[in-house]
Design a protein around this ligand. Structure first.
Ligand SMILES: Nc1nc2c(ncn2[C@@H]2O[C@H](COP(=O)(O)OP(=O)(O)OP(=O)(O)O)[C@@H](O)[C@H]2O)c(=O)[nH]1
Ligand SMILES: [Mg+2]
Length: 204
C-alpha cells in the first residue's frame, strides 16, 4: 500500500454472489441456475456485479461445477444446514481476499450498477462496519457491504443461534443507504410466476 494514499481512500472490495439458498418458493430448484432469457439468473447478477468489485466469488451449496462454469471461484457455507444468508456472508468474510465484502443475491438480475459505490461511500462517511441498501423504508438485507473484520462478531451471533439478518445488522449498527430512485433494480425472482413476468434485464 502506498504511504501517500489518503486515509479515506476506499479499500479493495470482494464481491460475493449469494446462491446458497433452498429456493423453496421456486419448487426447491437451485434458483441461481434457473434460466432467464437464455442465461442462468446468477449470470445476469454476476455481469452487473463484476465491474463494481476487485474480486468476485460465488457462494453456493450445491451444483458447484455449474456455478464454476460461470467463471468465478465457488465456495460453500462453513455452517451446515442452510441456516440462511448470514451463513453465506460468514463464509464469504473468511474467503474474501479484500477488506470489504459486497453481497448480492443470485435472484436479482436487475441489481443496481452503482450498488457498491453508494454502499461504500456511505460506509466510509459513517465510519460504519456494515452498510445495507434500503428501498421505500425497508431494508434490502442481502445487498450489503461488510468489513471483513466483522467475521468474529457474526460467528458469535450464529453460534448463539442468531439467524435473522436484521437482528445482526442492528447489533453492528449498520448504516442504511437509500436506493429509492432505483427501487425496481432490487426486484428478486422467488417464484415461477415472478420468473415468467421478469422480462429481459438490460445490459449493465
Ligand atoms: N449461503 C446461504 N445463502 C442463503 C441461505 N438461505 C438463503 N440464502 C441466500 O439468500 C438470498 C435470499 O434468499 P431468499 O430468496 O430469501 O431464499 P431462498 O432460500 O433462495 O429461497 P426460498 O427458499 O424460496 O426462500 C439468496 O441469495 C439465497 O441464495 C443459506 O442457508 N445459505
Ligand atoms: Mg429472494
Amino acid at each position: 500500500m502506498s504511504s501517500t494514499a489518503p486515509p479515506s481512500s476506499l479499500p479493495a472490495i470482494t464481491g460475493v454472489l449469494l446462491a446458497g439458498g433452498q429456493g423453496s418458493r421456486m419448487g426447491g430448484v437451485d434458483k441461481g441456475l434457473v434460466t432467464l432469457d437464455g442465461k442462468p439468473m446468477a449470470a445476469w447478477a454476476l455481469a452487473r456485479l463484476a465491474p463494481q468489485v476487485d474480486e468476485l466469488l460465488i457462494n453456493a451449496n450445491r451444483n458447484a461445477e455449474a456455478y464454476a462454469a460461470l467463471g468465478y471461484p465457488v465456495f460453500g457455507d462453513d455452517i451446515p444446514g442452510q441456516p440462511g444468508p448470514l451463513a453465506g456472508l460468514h463464509a464469504a468474510l473468511l474467503q474474501a481476499r479484500h477488506p470489504l465484502v459486497a453481497t448480492a443475491p443470485c435472484d436479482s438480475p436487475f441489481l443496481p450498477t452503482d450498488l457498491v459505490a453508494r454502499l461504500s461511500a456511505a460506509l466510509l462517511a459513517a465510519g460504519a462496519g456494515l452498510a445495507v441498501a434500503r428501498t421505500e423504508g425497508r431494508s434490502q438485507p442481502v445487498f450489503c457491504l461488510c468489513r471483513r473484520e466483522l467475521a468474529g462478531s457474526l460467528r458469535a451471533f450464529l453460534d448463539g443461534g442468531g439467524r435473522k439478518v436484521s437482528q445482526w445488522h442492528a447489533a453492528v449498527k449498520a448504516v442504511e443507504v437509500d436506493f429509492d430512485d432505483v427501487a425496481a433494480a432490487f426486484r428478486n425472482i422467488n417464484t415461477p410466476e415472478e420468473l415468467a413476468a421478469a422480462g429481459r434485464p438490460p445490459a449493465p
